[in-house]
Design a protein around this ligand. Sequence first.
Ligand SMILES: [Zn+2]
Ligand SMILES: [Zn+2]
Length: 357
Amino acid sequence: MARARDPIADLRRIAFLLERANEATYRVRAFRSAAKALAGLPAAELTERAGNGTLTELAGLGDVTARCVAESLAGEEPVYLRRLVATEGSDLDAEATALRAALRGDCHTHSDWSDGGSPIEEMALAAVELGHEYLVLTDHSPRLTVARGLTAERLRRQLDHVAQVNAALPEGFRILTGIEVDILADGSLDQDDDLLARLDVVVGSVHSGLKDERSKMTRRMLKAVANPHLDILGHVTGRMVSSRPAGVTGPGDRGHRARTRAESDFDADAVFAACAEHDTAVEINSRPERQDPPKRLIRRALEAGCRFAINTDAHAPGQLDWQRFGCERAALCGVPADRVINTWSAEQLVAWTHNRT
Ligand SMILES: [Zn+2]
Ligand SMILES: [Zn+2]
């Protein structure tokens, strides 16, 4: 006879998977109650009841849960659990797909005016082909010299250029103006106030001093979040996770060593509370090497009541299709579409950002 499985663990696993798939509470409760009922029962009684079919006499057990317990004790993975495991991926896929379909634009992208590889026009056309209604152009700010950050003067010229490009783009699509502004060491933003006020969307990110000690980093981020010009807090922790090009396997392949970076240390609950208070959106950055914030922090931001922006941070047209990665992570954390600002139309988005300034 097959070795018995732990029926309580199986019931709890079923409940967990149902919850994760966002199933109705009543469906989940049956399994949680059954697990609780079994916890107080001597093992001998449990085996005896499974043998003579009297499990359902126990308070908290019904036909379905009793069948699961009998299967577990017989050493089989309960059919109910097996089915859930088999379909779990597709459930989540469906949620991520729905979230991706709800997105109408991208709020964090770069062109060859800073460290992107392509002209604004090409980024815009790729966005049109993806079905976007808008693309926010967010090239870097002056202090990020390694990324050819735009001076105030170059940014003004870019605004004129964007107006020209927009005039030639298909109707129903537009490039929104923006910036990825550096959050400086003291928490101030690296661009002139009048320009920040003029832009449609301002993403603010930490790119330097990522190893600031906790209290300093927290103060720095809190100050930036409270700045009415800042609309979206970009790649919140600054981490770089290990990622290697497709097809490359095994650690330490020469030339493909992953560049990793630890998360910045800051009081996440304080920062997310401030984001909720000031209505600053938290970015879910889709770049495979960033995956920032990590899921545990997305969940905390969700609990704090924050809004989100699911962005690609694309530096090339093809990268604009990376939004699905961010959607997968958002779906895993249960982020609903109505908390995501880029499910809005361009008009709604701009009304929101300008209201905040
Ligand atoms: Zn950045
Ligand atoms: Zn960026």
